[in-house]
Every structure is written in C-alpha cells, then in structure tokens.
Design a protein around this ligand. Sequence first.
Ligand SMILES: NC(=O)c1ccc[n+]([C@@H]2O[C@H](COP(=O)([O-])OP(=O)(O)OC[C@H]3O[C@@H](n4cnc5c(N)ncnc54)[C@H](O)[C@@H]3O)[C@@H](O)[C@H]2O)c1
Length: 349
Amino acid sequence: MPPAASPLAYVPFVSVENMMRLVHQHGVEPFLVGLADAIEEDYSRWEIFEKAPRLASHSREGVIELMPTSDGETYSFKYVNGHPSNTAKGYQTVAALGLLARVDTGYPVMLSEMTLLTALRTAATSAMVARYLAPSGSQVMAMIGNGAQAEFQALAMKAVIGIAEIRLYDIDPQATRKAAHNLADSGLRVISCASAEEAIEGAQIVTTCTADKAYATILTDNMVGQGIHINAIGGDCPGKTELHKDILSRAATFVEFEPQTRIEGEIQQMPEDYPVTEFFQVVRGDAAGRSDPRQITLFDSVGFAIEDFSALRFVHAKLQDTDYFLELDILADPDEPRDLFGMLQRARP
Ligand SMILES: NC(=O)c1ccc[n+]([C@@H]2O[C@H](COP(=O)([O-])OP(=O)(O)OC[C@H]3O[C@@H](n4cnc5c(N)ncnc54)[C@H](O)[C@@H]3O)[C@@H](O)[C@H]2O)c1
C-alpha cells in the first residue's frame, strides 16, 4: 500500500453530481443571474485578458476545441466538442470539462465538469447581452431548437430580462415535448409551435439554438420584422450557420471576439469588412447597444473562452465552505521538488 499523496497533490474536482448539487443549493435562476453578473464583470475588464480564436480540430462528424485564456493571475481552459449527429447515437452534441490554474505557480486550483456549466454560461451570456440589446420590456421569446441548451436559455431570459412567455419550435416534436415538460412549472407561459414562423409570432427575442453541420436557414429574411433581438447560438463553426445572410444585411451585429467570430459565426457568410461591434465595448459604455426600438439587433454568439473563465471562477468561489467537490490526487508531489524519481519509489512493491 503506497503512502497517501501529500497535500499539494490534491486538486478539487467538481463532478457532474456535485455541479448539480451546487446549482440547486442556490436555485437555477439565482445561479444564472449570478453567473450573468460574473460574465458582465469580466466583459468590463476585457482588455486585460489573453485572447485568441480557439484551437479547433475538425472532423467529418464535428469539432473538438480548446479554449484558453488568462487575466494575468488566473488561467483557464475548456475542452469542448460539437457533434450535431451525436444525439442520434445517444451521445450529447456538446460535452465539456475545464480547468482553473494559478498563473504564479502554474498549479491547477480546480478541475470541473463543464457540460452543465457550458449550458449555464451560454444562457447567462445570452441574457447578459440581451440586457443591452433586447427591446425594453421584452416579454416573449421564441426558442428555435429545443435541445440540451434550450431550457437554460429560457430560464436565463426569464431571470435576467423578465420574459413571461416562451414559444418553442424544433424539427423534432419530441425535443419540444421534452422542453415544454421541463419548463411546465417554471412560471413561464409555454407555447409549443408547429413551425418557426409560428414560434416567432409576437416575439421580441428570437433565440436560434439548433445543431446541424450545414449552412442552415433557420430564419429567412421575410420572417424577421423590425424591433427584434436575435440571439443566434447554434452557428458556431466553419460551415455551420443558422441565419440567411440577408438578415445580417439589415441587422446591427454584436460579437464576442471578432477574430474568432469571423471564422465561426454567422458573419462567416459576410465580406471581411461587414461591420460588427465587439460586445465588451457596449458593456464598457464605449459603443451603443440598441439605439432604436425598430432596430434588428443580432448577437452572433459562438462562445468565447472568457465566458468559461468567468464560469469557472464563479464556481470556484461558490465551492468555499461546501463539500461539493472531490479532492483528486492529480499532481505528483515529491518530498523534494526535484526528486520525482524518488517519489515513484513510494509505490514500489
Ligand atoms: N454559442 C455558444 O456559446 C454555444 C454553446 C453551446 C452550444 N452551442 C451550439 O448550440 C447548438 C445547440 O446545442 P444543443 O446542446 O442544444 O444541441 P442538441 O443537439 O441537444 O439540440 C439541437 C436541437 O436542434 C434541433 N434542430 C436541428 N435542426 C433544426 C431546424 N432546422 N429547425 C429547428 N430545430 C432544429 C434538433 O432537433 C435538436 O433538438 C449546437 O449547434 C451547439 O454547437 C453554442
């Protein structure tokens, strides 16, 4: 029996089970509001972060991505996939895990599941952005694509923006039934629709959150009237978009990190000089958000590393004084730092 690992070897690990407990300890909606605030805070100090388009490994079926960033004190990265054909095989489209580390020593301080946390942070980001871009007093959201992300998006918009009605549509009615069932006691009026056109009737916010590795046209130009905020989540990879490009010609478009979104977002369909606003400028008050009630605003969301950093630091802070983590023996910790081989001998039979 080898001796137990020494204290520096252990890194807190937030399992899926513990993430679920943590979220429910706070309540899903308060958790989403707290997360939206944490993301907004990091958007307001955007310039100090290291930023680069994520490193993507593409295959016929999907993509695997690494998303690193640092604020100079803390470093994070997320491993995440995007495989639209996965659900037919019983796997999820998106699964993720992430790590937070100290910059001064390079030692990890937390490892976490991030499949749930990605859904939470994506929804919190959508709602935080809608604070600035959605028509004031927005009450109704259309939710096109009722898969894994859908309920999180609905609840974040309820908690942060105050929407009262969600209009669901998915090409697969089973997905809509699932989402309607999960939202039944949410306090939202839930309307299941038979088409995307029906779903967007009367909506001030339209969220597209579909998964298809194609230049899809979930929304066509004639479907989008004035005074709408489009929260486009699903177009997040080269060759994978959701909006007809004529909509982009009429919209004021906001992005996370322009160099990444030019590659991955809806704007990959547009010329290089198509104008966009990086959203941190709106948070900082350096650029306008919605400037006219009749405007069409578009958040061309692809997901950026800083949002994952915010989510991981938010969870890390919430872990204090809880037992919602396991201590994993992840780091080799020799008695003397250079005696790694000597440490190996601890387990010699
Ligand atoms: N922007 C971000 O930060 C971010 C974060 C997470 C996920 N995503 C993307 O969001 C999308 C949805 O993710 P998910 O985890 O909910 O996937 P999912 O596979 O669980 O759900 C996708 C749903 O879209 C539906 N769909 C496909 N084509 C459609 C169409 N033409 N009209 C209506 N519905 C259609 C499917 O039937 C399915 O129910 C994915 O493309 C994913 O890559 C983006």
